[in-house]
Design a binder for this molecule. Structure first.
Ligand SMILES: N[C@@H](CCC(=O)N[C@@H](CS)C(=O)NCC(=O)O)C(=O)O
Length: 212
């Protein structure tokens, strides 16, 4: 898959379907980057060696860019947004909103994401089903509080920074499309729902989602 050629460098994205790699895939498409996709198998004892070299825990996404390989979706998102400022997806240092931009980016990666991962992969914590179920239940309770903070933070919306889109919006929307992360349904969180609908309706995002 190739985006337009606004940047000379051809990125290479290691990705798996319906995974955190969607965030980076969407951003590459959104910024019109020149990129190629390298679909890999995850949760395997024998990961693709090139993928493992780029991502030591064999987790997606990993991106090979002009400065070498990178892993961690939010770090890659920030890297791309800063490298492609014309896309307008970052809030640069010096802008009074910069601190809050970093706050939400970090919150989505380090507070929301671990609970989301537990909902899908409790077996990476416990072998027995009973413990897995208890973990998921406890984690769902934590998700209630975490989602409440995001819901309030999205006032007035529709994005984290009102009408200005940023990578934070992609990092949230491409986790919030998984219904499993909501104790009820996404409709209980109208601000999160509105943001997710707005981001996933974008042509670039619809295009990449059709591949996942
Ligand atoms: N913090 C990482 C999490 C990446 C992650 O856990 N990705 C999952 C797929 S959604 C994965 O590759 N799991 C394979 C494994 O844990 O072995 C990021 O944001 O990039």
């Amino acid at each position: 898959m190739t985006g337009s050629t606004t940047s000379k460098h051809r990125y290479r994205l290691f990705l798996a379907r319906n995974s955190y790699a969607m965030i980076v895939h969407a951003l590459l498409e959104e910024i019109g980057a020149n990129y190629e996709l390298n679909w890999v198998e995850i949760f395997t004892d024998t990961p693709d060696p090139q993928f493992k070299a780029a991502s030591p825990m064999a987790r997606v996404p990993a991106l090979i860019g002009p400065d070498g390989p990178l892993f961690e979706s939010s770090a890659i998102a920030l890297y791309l947004a800063e490298r492609h400022p014309d896309a307008g997806l970052t809030i640069p240092s010096g802008d009074p909103r910069h601190g809050r931009f970093l706050q939400w980016l970090s919150y989505l990666a380090s507070t929301l994401q671990p609970e989301v991962l537990i909902q899908f992969h409790p077996e990476t914590y416990f072998d027995d089903i009973g413990s897995q179920q208890r973990l998921k239940k406890a984690s769902l309770k934590r998700l209630v509080k975490i989602l409440d903070v995001i819901e309030v933070g999205l006032n007035p919306g529709p994005f984290f920074f009102e009408k200005k889109r940023s990578i934070c919006d992609y990092c949230l929307a491409l986790q919030a499309i998984w219904p499993e992360i909501f104790p009820g349904t996404i409709s209980d969180y109208p601000n999160i729902e509105r943001l997710t609908q707005a981001i996933t309706a974008r042509p670039a995002v619809r295009h990449i989602l059709s591949m996942h």
